[in-house]
Design a binder for this molecule. Structure first.
Ligand code: PLP
Length: 362
């Protein structure tokens, strides 16, 4: 069986080595030494001034919205994982959807200004599949209209833009280290910002608002993560390079075989000056019918690609009526993510391409 992804597991002994220390110290959670070590390592790997390790990427989004005190309307993308939208609704703000760019599949920055009203407080956009949003245009719009910017960077670990971390754009970026993501801590997430005051707020918000044992800076939630999750993060850390490298190689294998076999699918555009992380391998078919035929044929061989991301988020049942967004609804109905993970064999990629070739004979 081949799934769309498979969690990376470090050598067992390397994880257990970290656990030995946990047993010796009997410090299981609440900002233990492994959490601190992981935060320092990730901060320097990503090249960001502040990084907080959290229990998941959804709480990261919710803390981001709370820390920026966002209210009213938040402009967002309909093409992302459900957590991007549900976090907005959960924090009692209203998502206002702007259609996506048909090339990069990220929010169409040229359509944002038309969606701004006097109630707009922020833009929450996703670097979907690790492809950077048009961060410069979005930054300009935010400045002109005094809006905050959050990037859901759950897919963007390790992505660089103009030779620096993509996470340095916006007021806050959030990360997910869920087992399905390219770098993971089983469950986990993170938050980055370059703003010192905001960083302080995030640091107490993730810990119930505590200021020492008996005082409180403000309202908070339990956003902490444990020594066991940090141990997985530390064990996986040395493999980030090989993980990125193998994903790149496998993506290039797909590209080459598509060319050789004349498999005609649309691929998202990676903008210039981006060092991409190959977080996913999405393909856009000519029609939903074609997508379903390919999926069914792959499933018959026990290969399970996933419809990331379907349906478009503006159609979520709890939102009521939203206006139609033709690009994202069309893309969402036709996009399929093919298997891509460390350890996937080039032979399996060949098998997947051969099945696609058969279905798509023109
Ligand atoms: C995975 C994901 C999240 C949520 O992260 P969790 O760690 O699973 O809570 C949020 N946004 C996007 C785009 C994601 O893919």
């Amino acid at each position: 069986m081949i799934n769309v992804t498979k969690a990376f597991l470090p050598p067992f002994e390397e994880y257990v080595k970290h656990l030995k220390g946990v047993w010796d110290r009997e410090h299981l959670t609440n900002h233990g030494p492994l959490v601190n070590e992981l935060e320092e390592k990730i901060k320097s790997y990503l090249g960001v001034p502040h990084f907080y390790f959290l229990n998941n990427g959804t709480v990261a989004l919710q803390i981001a919205i709370k820390a920026l005190e966002l209210k009213g309307e938040i402009i967002t993308t309909p093409f992302s994982y459900v957590a991007t939208t549900s976090s907005i609704v959960w924090e009692n703000a209203k998502p206002v959807f702007v259609d996506i760019d048909p090339g990069t599949l990220t929010i169409d920055a040229s359509k944002i200004e038309a969606a701004i009203t006097k109630n707009t407080s922020a833009i929450l956009a996703t670097h979907v599949y690790g492809i950077p949003c048009d961060v410069e245009t979005i930054g300009g719009i935010a400045k002109r209209h005094k809006l905050k910017v959050i990037y859901d960077a759950a897919h963007a670990f390790g992505v660089k833009y103009k030779n620096a971390s993509l996470l340095n754009y916006g007021d806050i970026s959030t990360l997910s280290f869920h087992a399905t993501k390219l770098y993971h801590t089983v469950e986990g997430g993170g938050i980055t910002t370059s703003d010192d005051l905001l960083a302080h707020r995030i640091s107490y918000m993730r810990n119930f608002g505590h200021k020492g044992q008996e005082e409180f800076w403000g309202v908070g939630i339990n956003g902490k993560n444990s020594e066991f999750h940090a141990a997985m993060g530390l064990s996986n850390f040395p493999y980030i390079g090989p993980i990125l490298e193998s994903r790149k190689k496998l993506s290039e294998t797909y590209d080459r075989l598509f060319e050789e076999m004349d498999i005609r699918v649309q691929r998202p555009v990676i903008p210039a000056q981006v060092e991409y992380n190959h977080a996913y391998y999405p393909v856009v078919f000519a029609s939903e019918k074609q997508l379903l035929e390919v999926r069914d044929s792959l499933n018959a061989s026990y290969i399970y690609p996933r419809r990331y991301f379907f349906p478009a988020l503006n159609t979520l049942p709890y939102l009521g009526k939203t206006k139609s967004l033709p690009v994202s609804s069309s893309i969402a109905s036709r996009v399929l993510c093919l298997p891509l993970y460390y350890g996937l064999s080039p032979d399996s990629v060949r098998q997947i391409c051969a099945i696609m070739e058969k279905v798509l004979k023109y």
